[in-house]
Every structure is written in structure tokens, then in C-alpha cells.
Design a protein around this ligand. Structure first.
Ligand code: SAM
Length: 231
């Protein structure tokens, strides 16, 4: 089925609002329903991409709770041994790392400024954030609890933080609306992948650059007939 102009406009409208400077790092958050719910929240808020760090040999999986959000929010998978490298790389890119752990030094998340580049680092369902990761964050934060239970489900905690970041950025007039939340080249790449996933996969296999799109989202290059039949 050809890409309809209305569908193309919708893809662009969503990508126009994506924020490359807001992300999550999920340390050993391995339960498919939690990981899936988190990706869905990332999509809802406009997070460009997310990271999950897993123990060696474990492949985190998703389930129907994601509602397809895995197609729209790239999830980068990292091995546990590389967690420090990932956090260091984010810091080097200017991200402030907010670690969610229920320690005495943790401050109320509502007192923090999430309008600049920031990453929320969340911990495993059972154990919380590791001491190693906690030592690398810039600021420990907590969502104050009023009840008998000590902690929230990790996906609920993540959504609470992401929507607070969205609220703050909206109030400050900082939400992207024309694709300025990500580099132009990345924008073009993602738009192509969202619009033509099968052609994008073929280009990757063939080591070819993605073809250009015209103003209505049609591919302006002549592609092999067998491939054309599929989009
Ligand atoms: N026993 C664990 C602990 O002490 O951290 C509880 C882990 S909790 C179920 C899983 C993750 O959800 C935590 O690592 C944290 O990232 C997040 N979380 C849960 N409740 C939170 C809260 N009130 N404030 C901030 N983060 C929270």
C-alpha cells in the first residue's frame, strides 16, 4: 500500500516534536511489561530514544503493552559492563543524569530543573539502582510517597518523571515543534525509516544510502521492481 500523504504528515508531525535531549537509562529493567510500558510513555512524551542496560546473556524483550511504540522509539541495548561507559557518554554530550533511588540524599523531583538535556536513570524492579550507577549520577531524585508501600512500579515512576519534564519544558516554551529537537540528518533518516521500514532495511543490507523523498513523501528514486511491490 502506498504511503498516503496524510500518513506522511502524521509521521512528520510526531518527529517534529521529538526531543533528543530527554532520555531514560533503564538498569536491569527486564520485565517485558515494564519495559514496554516505559517505551510507550517515551513515545507519548516525545522522547527520541531510550537505553536499557542488561546483565550479560539477557536479552530484554517487549510485549503487547508497548502498543507498537518500539517502532517509534529506538531502544538501545547495552551490556551491564558498559553501563559506566554509557553514562559517561551521556554526560559528555551534556546530559545531566538524574538517578532515581530512595536514599537520604535524594531530592524531591519537583524541585529539579528538567528543561536542559537530562537522562533519568531507573533501577531494577527488585533491587533498584546499583551502587555503581548511583555513584555516577549527578543528582539522586525521589518521587515522594504518601502510602504504606515504599516504592512505585518502575514504569509508573518513569512516566511521572517524563511528564514532569514535559510539563516544565512546555511551561518554559521549550518544546520542539519543527524538528529542532534532533539533528537534521537524524531527522531525515528516521523519517525515511518510519515511512518505509522495508526499504530502509533493504538499503541497510545493501549498504546504500536512503533514497530522497519528495514533498509528499514519495520515493523519488527508481528502486528494484520486487522491492517496489512491497511498499
Ligand atoms: N527496593 C527497590 C529500591 O529500594 O530501590 C525498589 C525498586 S522500584 C520497584 C524500581 C525502580 O522504580 C527504582 O529503582 C526507581 O528507579 C523507580 N522508583 C520507584 N519508586 C520511586 C520513587 N518513589 N521515586 C523515584 N523512583 C522510584
Amino acid at each position: 500500500m502506498p504511503l498516503l500523504p496524510r500518513r506522511f504528515e502524521r509521521l512528520k508531525a510526531v518527529l517534529n516534536r521529538r526531543m533528543g535531549d530527554l532520555t531514560v537509562v533503564l538498569e536491569q529493567v527486564d520485565k517485558p511489561h515494564n519495559l514496554s510500558a516505559i517505551l510507550r510513555s517515551c513515545d507519548a512524551v516525545g522522547v527520541l530514544e531510550a537505553h536499557v542496560v542488561s546483565l550479560a546473556g539477557r536479552t530484554p524483550t517487549l510485549n503487547g503493552t508497548a502498543k507498537g511504540s518500539e517502532k517509534w522509539v529506538p531502544l538501545h541495548r547495552h551490556c551491564d559492563a558498559d553501563c559506566g561507559t554509557l553514562l559517561g557518554a551521556l554526560k559528555a554530550k551534556g546530559f545531566r543524569l538524574y538517578g532515581t533511588h530512595l536514599s537520604a540524599e535524594a531530592v524531591d523531583y519537583r524541585s529539579c530543573d528538567f528543561t536542559g538535556p537530562c537522562a533519568f536513570v531507573l533501577g531494577a524492579e527488585k533491587w533498584g539502582l546499583s551502587a555503581a550507577a548511583a555513584a555516577l549520577v549527578d543528582q539522586p531524585i525521589v518521587i515522594p510517597m504518601q502510602g504504606m508501600v515504599q516504592s512505585l512500579n518502575v514504569s509508573v515512576a518513569c512516566a511521572t518523571l517524563l511528564f514532569e519534564a514535559l510539563r516544565q519544558r512546555q511551561a518554559a516554551g521549550l518544546l520542539p515543534s519543527h524538528g529542532e529537537g534532533l539533528p537534521a540528518e537524524r531527522y531525515d533518516h528516521l523519517l525515511f525509516e518510519w515511512a518505509y521500514p522495508e526499504v530502509a532495511a533493504w538499503c541497510q543490507r545493501e549498504g546504500r544510502p536512503y533514497p530522497a523523498l519528495d514533498g509528499e513523501g514519495a520515493i523519488s528514486e527508481n528502486l528494484p521492481r520486487s522491492l517496489k511491490m512491497r511498499y
